[in-house]
Write a protein that binds this ligand. Structure first.
Ligand code: TXA
Ligand code: MG
Length: 331
């Protein structure tokens, strides 16, 4: 089988069983998958992504009845959340069972587990017969992939194949919730909005800052999801663009954009769900357009706007550190 071949479901399953790395589509973003029970296969994920070993991986299951293969304990609240939002863009962090190698969880006693809402992905898992550990299929810290082409161009040469499932429907990563007894903590905002979660389980804690010494979810690292092009986040579009060739990422088409060299409008109707689906694609296009910088307009902080602002703030972090005061860090 040649490198980077576009795979069938059967081929993807055979490769996974053989300890190889394949990129699989999910409804959120493409994942870089390996057999979750095989520590050598899992180690290859970290190598392919240049990912630090302190950053744990999410384990994906094909069906609810696979849960005991991954978790030791599933609190009642976790069960309620799973019943309501699975299959779907929600990861639950709960005690892991002994079969999950420590490498998957970076030595933590908890594992992040998710039942994705993507038929092709679930077919592969059923055929392979094993849960897969799968981070987003991008180099560490870079933009997440929402098409097979994003995967191919970023890390295609480092993996054994890609299953092309088209464009990811949700477009941003899962919401991560840690569940301990009656306590639910949001480690990362994502494809399920906080409002929907709180309707089901009441108040959810959302720590603003992760203690630097123990990043529970390195997706919360200050710098993450970054384009190579400098990026700043604004509340209002500057009439004079800050760079000679500046790109603009915004929810709806503004009145005056002539001064901008590239514009990505995420949803004509201002719909945050559609904006999320287009978000990483828009950023990938701007990042590939040879611009000097990108101006991104902050979203209203409701629904998926919270997750989108989270991604923008982290995408801007490196630029902010280099350029001083230009971007604001709150969201
Ligand atoms: O939508 C998604 O979640 C995608 C698709 C492929 O499923 N996956 C994804 O994986 O975004 P990744 O590795 O790019 O981000 C997962 C985040 C990381 O920040 C990691 O630290 C956190 O989940 N995480 C995983 N296991 C954890 C655990 N046991 N405790 C705390 N955080 C965990
Ligand atoms: Mg990621």
């Amino acid at each position: 089988m040649s490198l980077n071949q576009v795979l069938t479901v059967e081929q993807a399953a055979i490769l996974l069983k053989a300890g190889r790395l394949v990129a699989l589509p999910t409804e959120t973003v493409y994942g870089l998958a390996a057999n979750a029970f095989d520590p050598i296969a899992v180690a290859k994920i970290f190598a392919a992504k240049d990912r630090p070993f302190f950053d744990p991986l999410i384990v994906h299951i094909a069906d609810f009845d696979w849960l005991p293969r991954v978790v030791r304990d599933f609190p009642t609240l976790a069960s309620q959340l799973a019943k309501r939002f699975w299959p779907g863009p929600l990861t639950l962090v709960v005690p892991k069972n002994d079969d999950i190698p420590d490498l998957v969880t970076s030595g933590l006693s908890n594992v992040g587990v998710r039942l994705p809402d993507h038929e092709l992905m679930r077919q592969v898992l059923r055929k392979a017969g094993v849960p897969v550990a799968a981070p987003s299929a991008n180099p560490f810290g870079r933009l997440s992939p929402t098409t097979a082409e994003h995967v191919r161009s970023q890390i295609g040469h480092r993996i054994d194949g890609i299953l092309d499932g088209g464009t990811c429907r949700v477009g941003i990563e899962s919401t991560i919730l840690q569940v301990e007894g009656n306590r639910v903590t949001m480690l990362r905002p994502g494809g399920v909005a906080l409002e929907e979660i709180e309707q089901l389980v009441g108040k959810v804690e959302y720590p603003a800052v992760t203690p630097a010494e123990s990043p529970v979810a390195p997706g919360m690292l200050a710098s993450h999801y970054s384009p190579r092009t400098p990026l700043i986040v604004v509340d209002a579009i500057p009439s004079t663009p800050p760079w000679p060739r500046t790109g603009l990422l915004c929810l709806q088409m503004p009145d005056e954009v002539a001064a901008y060299s590239g514009v990505e409008v995420l949803s004509d109707e201002g719909d945050l769900v559609i904006a999320a689906a287009n978000f990483f694609q828009g950023l990938h296009r701007l990042d590939g357009a040879g611009l000097d910088g990108i101006v991104a307009v902050r979203f209203s902080p409701q629904g998926l706007g919270r997750a989108l602002n989270d991604r923008l703030t982290r995408a801007a972090h490196g630029t902010k550190n280099r350029a001083g005061e230009q971007s604001s860090s709150s969201s």
